[in-house]
Design a protein around this ligand. Structure first.
Ligand code: NAI
Length: 549
């Protein structure tokens, strides 16, 4: 892409800067002779230097800070780095390191990235959005940080989440970075510690009543339609209730989705599909008990039921196979504290606050931990599941790492090697009695970047649940049979880009079939997706600079 920028201006633009890789002709044409070392390095040499410098860092947080710094200077080299070894780099730029980075966000802050939209800008949201330099934005990932990972209300420290999340669109599925806009919507925080912290970067106010918040979000969503008409809004890490309600509020009116609800559901569904394959059963033969009944649980239960309905089951029958247990015990019909969207999963059952007793009475085949409570799947829980099931399915999805409901080692040991296990974070393989078990990571990054790529390529006008169900099948079908036998429910992260291209192609086909596409239908879906994939390489011509199309 040609640029008008020259000299220092150009070097200070991370999307144009090539650091030490400018050719002599480029140095002459761009007025940077003498402003950079007088050599021309290949990206491989640059990558070696990055790897060497990273090797000197002693913690993942330091590696995260280094990489964000690299992104601030040379976007292409940043993506080249993380795409060179996704299995190594994704846990550094995203989960679990991002949790720690968010907790310390105000303290490690160096340079602005994305946008900060405070509620004090009410009535002026359009003008604020117009300050963003790129005009064709296709994804805004927006959070009010009401619930960051399993860490609670982090206020402005949660701004790290949309930044990291959008990097995964590029790193995992090749969505070009110039179309992505991270956004922190500042509605205050109820986090006392941050309100007292002199380095806190947000409004020093407690959160407003829901109606006030929603009317501000209304203004934001409306402004996006006008300022960025091709944009899909990705809601991330709002509290469970806000997540579900805001999704319902906009999903039929514009192009929006919520990754905590739909992405989590998609990736967990992929795991359930493969767990059933391993057991030789069918999704409809399973019975599910959730620990946690928040946005992740509801999103998953709803999507699971939609998938069962697609397989010919009546909705009520599907819902009757899904039970939930939250901080106040089993969801059952006499409970008075349930919100509207939890009620379909409250069945007739005696009240109980004892999870093991609930397992013994309900006899689930699968337990799903989305409670944010580390260690909640105790030995008694796993043993109860193992008494009832030949192959108990245990999905311990809460994150970051110390919030996982149990570790794979615990699940395999306590079930005597019978459990089929996946977690929300990556755990190392487990060796037990001469067998090697491969715990998979039910990470949304297999799903939302692929769905995102499909939306980007097709310019989809809406995001449907069916798109996430299709993505779940797309991911599940790509696990090699020998790895599945070792308990791995998800594809290898080393091949994530290719996995997501294939998944995106399936979702794109569905977008066209559903009449939601705003571009012409291509003959071949996979090559159509490949044409849109960003490649982190510098263009060769002098006088032009980066930005793959
Ligand atoms: P949420 O805050 O909406 O819901 C948490 C739920 O857990 C509530 O229903 C609460 O009552 C329940 N709970 C809390 N303490 C409990 C206890 N001691 N016993 C039983 N239930 C308890 O949170 P959300 O959005 O549903 O996320 C939950 C967890 O799932 C988080 O840790 C999050 O990081 C994780 N998650 C994992 C994903 C993945 O692995 N792909 C994706 C999205 C979320």
């Amino acid at each position: 892409m040609a640029t008008n920028k020259h000299g220092m201006d150009l070097l200070q633009d991370p999307s144009l800067n090539k650091s030490t890789a400018f050719t002599e002709a480029e140095k002459q044409a761009l007025g940077i002779v003498g402003l950079v070392p007088d050599i021309t390095e290949s990206m491989d040499v640059q990558l070696n230097r990055v790897r060497m410098q990273l090797g000197h860092k002693t913690t993942d947080l330091e590696r995260y800070i280094y990489l964000i710094n690299l992104l601030d200077h040379d976007e292409t080299l940043f993506y080249r780095t993380i795409m060179s070894e996704p299995a190594y780099f994704l846990p550094i730029v995203y989960d679990p390191t991002i949790g720690e980075a968010c907790l310390k966000f105000g303290h490690i802050y160096r340079q602005t990235r994305g946008m900060y939209l405070s509620m004090t800008r009410r009535g002026k949201v359009k003008e604020v959005l117009r300050n963003w330099p790129q005009k064709d934005i296709r994804f805004i990932c927006v959070t009010d940080a009401g619930r960051i990972l399993g860490l609670g209300d982090l206020g402005a420290n949660g701004a790290g989440i949309p930044i990291g999340k959008l990097q995964l669109y590029t790193a995992c599925a090749g969505v070009p970075p110039q179309y992505l806009l991270p956004m922190y919507l500042d509605a205050g925080t109820n986090n006392e510690q941050y309100l007292q912290d002199p380095l806190y970067l947000g409004m020093r106010k407690t959160r407003p009543p829901t109606e006030e918040l929603y009317s501000f979000v209304d203004e934001f969503v409306e402004a996006v339609q006008e300022v960025f008409p091709k944009c899909c809004i990705h809601f991330e890490d709002w509290t469970g209730v806000d997540a579900v309600h805001l999704l319902k509020r906009y999903r039929d009116k514009c192009c929006v989705y919520n990754d905590d609800v739909q992405g989590t559901a998609g990736i967990t569904l992929a795991g359930m599909i493969n767990a059933a394959k391993l057991k030789g059963t069918n999704l409809k033969d399973e019975k599910y008990l959730f620990l946690g009944a928040g946005s992740a649980a509801i999103g998953l239960a709803d999507l699971l039921c939609s998938a069962l309905v697609a397989h010919g089951m009546a909705l009520e029958d599907a819902q009757s196979r899904v039970y939930m247990f939250d901080i106040n015990g089993l969801l059952e019909t006499t409970r008075k504290d349930l919100v509207d969207f939890q009620k379909p999963y409250a069945h007739k059952h005696a009240p109980t606050r004892d999870f093991v007793a609930a397992i013994e009475s309900i006899k689930p085949t699968t337990i799903i931990g989305v409670s944010t409570v580390g260690g909640a799947f105790t030995q008694k829980v796993i043993e109860a599941m193992s008494r009832i099931n030949e192959r108990p399915v245990v999905l311990a999805l809460s994150n970051p790492t110390e919030h996982a409901e149990c570790t794979p080692e615990q699940a395999y040991t306590w079930s005597k090697g019978k459990a089929i296990y996946a977690a929300g974070v990556q755990f190392a393989p487990v060796h037990l009695n001469g067998q090697t078990f491969l715990p998979g990571q039910a990470n949304n990054f297999y799903i939302f970047p692929a769905v995102g790529m499909a939306i980007f390529a097709t310019q989809a006008s809406r995001v449907s649940d069916e798109m996430f169900i299709e993505a779940a099948h797309g991911v599940a079908d790509q696990v090699q049979p020998d790895l599945l036998k070792q308990g791995l429910l998800y594809p290898l992260q080393a091949e994530i880009l290719e996995t997501e291209i294939q998944t995106a192609a399936r979702v794109a086909k569905l977008v066209f079939d559903s009449g939601l596409a705003r571009v012409e239908r291509p003959a071949d879906m996979v090559s159509f997706i490949r044409r849109h994939v960003y490649k982190p390489g510098y263009p060769a011509e002098a006088g032009t600079a980066t930005k793959a199309a």
